[in-house]
Design a protein around this ligand. Sequence first.
Ligand code: BGC
Length: 461
Amino acid sequence: MSASTHVRSAVNANEPRKERVLLLIAATAALCGLLFGYDTGVISGALLFLKKDFGLSAFAQGVVTSAVLAGAAAGAGFSGRLADRFGRRRMVIAVAILFLVASLITGLAPDVTWLVIGRVLAGVAIGICSYAGPLYISEIAPAIRRGALVSLNQFLITVGILLSYLTDYLFANGEHWRWMFGVAAVPAIILWAGMLVLPESPRWLAQQGQHALAREVLERVRSSAEAEGELAVIATHAGGGQTRWAELLSPQYRPALVIGMGLAIFQQITGINTIIYYAPTIFQLAGFDSAAQSILATAGVGAVNVLMTIVSVRLLDRTGRRPLLLTGIAGMIVSLTALGFVFQLGSHSAAFGWLAVVSVMLYVGSFAISLGPIFWLLISEIYPLRIRGVGMGVATMTNWSFNLLVALTFLVLVDSLGPGYTFWLYALVSISSFLFSYYLVPETKGRTLEEIGEVIRHRKG
Ligand code: BGC
């Protein structure tokens, strides 16, 4: 038996109750992912009816759609220090309330101004939750199970996207767009109530000098001996007062900053959200005439996203992050190239529509085992405790800003270059993302967060 298998079987092996507590903690915080996926996906269907009810111009539709992304970038950018100052748990509780308020405002919006206000607030909540959830889980999970537990968040993002497509479909008949937005209040309430009874992150507590409390929390999810050992390591890395932004640029933290921001940019500019936000349009461009057929194919793509994320969650702690990351990005390069050919060579016909669907499914499946979960996982792992909140906030803000950029430029690119060249452009960007990951992204499997910090610091030297 290898050392890591030995450790794996040892952790909580005789304490299934602690295992269950751990899973419950991770699953509750991962509701952040569900709200993230739902609130970003819901607009595609709702827009059809909003357009009619409020008489939205093309520009106004763009504003309503991108309000969430802009809000998310701002929310993530400004809140990193708050997560370091007030704690991860309190951040998530505050954000759950914000989600609730935002879903009520959008659901009841009397006019387009309120709608945009509600969407910006939902965006701010998503932006904060998208890193605060993984951050909290990574700091409470044991090293050997961290990959799977943190990636529950990405799993629920994909479930949230799929649920939003299904809800849109369900409410479409009665044109009930208010309900499409309003139902997000339900997971927000569960997240809020759940976080109220969950403990604070033990690593954050130790950073605040509250070692006794940190031990108490660790002992709820580890054996006493493990808790003791882990706390000793955490204590040597904790302390040092308030974090400042400028510290991120200091030579010791710069490598982590580069990896986090690089992955944030590549996760978006390799084009995933052209599919998530515009799949029905793409399928119609490729040859499907019926809207129903395009929407059905889109739901199929959503399902592939969920299924392949499950595969990734199961493999991350066994094969490691790097093999999945590199294999997945290679799959994205191949499928984007194929999609480009479908548009370049194809005549507009149902057969080519299906070829596009297969390429898109291969592409989304490849993203779902790699850049999807691994970006959010790695940014929760690579920053030393002292700068973790700020570091994750900056990486997350970068991710949402590039998400916005792609959402705003995709249709313009399709208009000017044509869809074939547009997808080839994303294939080229994916090649750069492969090289970036190959040369710069470290393996973090099985290491404690403190060991990862050491590895990255040494590579700098
Ligand atoms: C990305 C989102 C994307 C989603 C698709 C997430 O990891 O950050 O931008 O929509 O994956 O599953």
